[in-house]
Design a protein around this ligand. Structure first.
Ligand code: MLT
Length: 210
């Protein structure tokens, strides 16, 4: 495991399955937060886990927001490109296969993963998005043909408006993604049930990748 800083504080763990998970934490999290979740979702996968570079009163995020749910679009675009550059540099540094990179994001991390899909279609092979909303309205529909995406949403989530999750789902479907949207009667926090569902979904997707 190397901790070399490639522009982002991060963790990297090697794996043996050939797949790499890109773990993207929620507001106030860090590069260590989702490692146990990643191991649970895809045992044997390598893990790349960066820490968001924006500090909101000390809480790490992947891009600035002006208020809850109101994103700083300019910063979001810039940070998304920065993250894409980091991912490419990390693939070179650690020698993992970019064509088998699967994002797993929670909340702010899921939103930046969605932004990566809109601005860098083709960079991610698949994505698990927990509690995501539309990061911005794309000017052009990206080509995400056949990209498997698992989107897990909570009906009583007070951080993520349901209509914004639905709009993201619509954009992803229009882009050709193979979307699996799951609603639960739950709030912003993740539940065991949906982690288990995501694990099952991901094992099917990963089988087709290897
Ligand atoms: C965000 O990206 O701001 C999210 O929607 C809310 C959060 O950070 O948890």
């Amino acid at each position: 495991m190397s901790e070399r800083d490639l522009g982002f504080v991060h963790r990297f763990f090697t794996g043996e399955s050939g797949v790499t998970l890109l773990l993207l934490h929620g507001t106030g999290g860090d590069e260590n937060d989702l490692v146990p979740l990643g191991r649970e979702l895809a045992p044997g996968a390598a893990i790349l886990s960066p820490r968001g570079k924006v500090s909101e009163y000390g809480a790490a995020r992947f891009f600035r927001r002006l208020a809850e749910g109101v994103f700083d679009h300019e910063d979001l675009v810039l940070r998304t490109h920065e993250l894409a550059e980091f991912i490419e540099a990390a693939a070179e540094e650690y020698g993992f296969d970019l064509s088998k990179l699967v994002a797993v994001g929670y909340s702010n991390g899921a939103n930046v993963a969605a932004s990566l899909m809109l601005l860098h279609p083709g960079l991610l092979r698949a994505a698990v998005l927990f509690r995501a909303m539309v990061p911005f309205e794309p000017e052009e529909t990206p080509d995400l043909s056949g990209m498997p995406v698992f989107l897990a949403a909570g009906r009583t989530d007070r951080m993520i408006p349901p209509q914004s999750t639905e709009r993201l789902a619509e954009i992803l479907r229009e882009a050709g993604a193979d979307l699996d949207l799951r609603w639960r009667d739950t709030g912003h926090a993740l539940t065991y049930e949906e982690v288990a569902e995501a694990r099952e979904w991901l094992s099917g997707v990963l089988l087709k990748l290897s």
